[in-house]
Design a protein around this ligand. Sequence first.
Ligand code: 1X8
Length: 317
Amino acid sequence: MNEIEQRIAELNKLLHEYGHAYYVLDNPIVPDAVYDQLLNELIALEKENPSLIYPDSPTQRVGGTPLQGFKKVTHAFPMLSLSNAFNELDLRDFDRRIRQAIGDDFSYVCELKIDGLAISLRYEDGIFVQGATRGDGVVGEEITANLRTIRSIPLRLKEPVTIEVRGEAYMPKKSFEALNQSRQEKGLELFANPRNAAAGSLRQLDPKIAASRNLSTFIYAIGGDGEAYGIDSHAEMLDYLETLGFPSNKERKFCETIDDCIAFINMWTENRPNLAYEIDGIVIKVNRYAHQDELGYTAKSPRWAIAYKFPAEEAIT
Ligand SMILES: NC(=O)c1cc2c(N)ncc(C(N)=O)c2s1
C-alpha cells in the first residue's frame, strides 16, 4: 500500500470509530473540529484518487442524484406487528395466557416503543447493502439511499456478518421543533408530529433532503432466528446488536414479573416528557427464545410479546 492508500485507509478507520462514538454511543471521543478536519482531508484525498473511495466511506453517506421512485422489496423475514394492551387488565391477561402455556419460570424484557417509522436494514459480510420501510410487513419500499444519510446507521459492522435487522427511524423532538419552525417561516405546511416528519423525510426521493432532517434510529431485533448467531434470549440479542455497532436503546429493563413490567410502564408514563424522542408505548417480550418458540405466533403477531400503548394524549385545545 502506498502512502496515500495508507492515509485513506487510516482516515476511514478513524472516522468510523469517531462517528460510532458520536452518533451511536452519543459519547464523542474527539472534538467536532477534529472530526470535520479529518473528514475534509478524506474528501480531498478521495477527490484526487476516486479509485480509492471505499463504498462505506463516511463521505459516501449522501448520494448525488434524486431517485425516480422507490423499488419494492420483499423482506427476507416478515416484519410482524405487535398485539396491543391498553390497561393493566390486558397486561395481566397477557401474563396469564403465557403462564397457562409455559408455566411460571420465565422472565420479560421491557423496552420503550419508539414512535417513528419501522425499518429493515440488510448487511452482507458486514456492509450495509439495503434498507427498506416495513410496508405491509411483507413488502416494503427500498429507501437505502435515504437511510445511508442517517449517521447512527453503521455503513460497516464491527463483524463481517450477513444479517437483517429491524428498528425504528425517528426524528428527535428538538429537530422536529426546529424543522417546523423553519417551515413556518417559509410558509410551508407543518408536520403534525415527529413520526410524520420522519416518515415524510424518508419518503423523499432526494437523499439530500433526508440528510438535512437529522434523523436517528434505534435497532431492536434481528430478522429470522437469533439462534443462527448463537444467541438464545432477547436480552442477549440486544447486547449482540450493540457489539455489532448498532444503536440500541439503553432504557430497557429485565423484568421477572408482570408487576415489574407495570412498574416500568408507570415510571415511563411519568418520565416520557423528559425523553429526547417520542415514544407511544412500552414493548414487553418474553426473554428466552426457547419460551418464544413454545409460545409461537398468531396469524399476524407473536404470542410472546405485547405493546402497551399510552392513552392518546388529550389534544391541547
Ligand atoms: N411492531 C413491532 O414489532 C415493534 C415496534 C417497536 C417500536 N416502535 N419500538 C421499539 C420496539 C422494540 N424495542 O421492540 C418495537 S417492536
